[in-house]
Design a protein. Structure first.
Length: 116
């Protein structure tokens, strides 16, 4: 049974940084893309970033491009989301997603709170 576990969330002041790891257990990120999404209070879930496990090419939403960096550590089977210059509007629950051919795996989410 594959489980994705996000960590690294918490409270940060506006302009600060956080790094969110997403670790997979019960399976390996051997292919496909791994994505980060977020859901702010009262809003729909939105795409943040994605990375292709094979090759490491990345894509970002317009709102985070240039401030967020998604990366992977193959040896640790972990995807990271480095978030810099965070704003209060980015307070949300952040989710890791791994859509495969057989299943679409989601983590439980991690709270990020940005104070003004």
């Amino acid at each position: 049974q594959v489980h994705l576990v996000e960590s690294g969330g918490g409270l940060v002041q506006a302009g600060g940084s956080l790094r969110l790891p997403c670790a997979a257990s019960g399976g390996s990120f051997d292919s496909y893309n791994i994505g980060w999404y977020r859901r702010a209070p009262g809003k729909e879930r939105e795409f943040v970033a994605t990375i292709r496990w094979s090759g490491g090419s990345a894509g970002y939403s317009t709102s985070v491009k240039g401030r967020f960096t998604i990366s992977r550590d193959i040896a640790k089977n972990t995807v990271y989301l480095q978030m810099n210059n965070l704003g209060p509007e980015e307070t949300a629950i952040y989710y890791c997603d791994w859509p495969t051919r057989s299943n679409d795996y989601w983590g439980q989410g991690i709270q990020v709170t940005v104070s003004s």
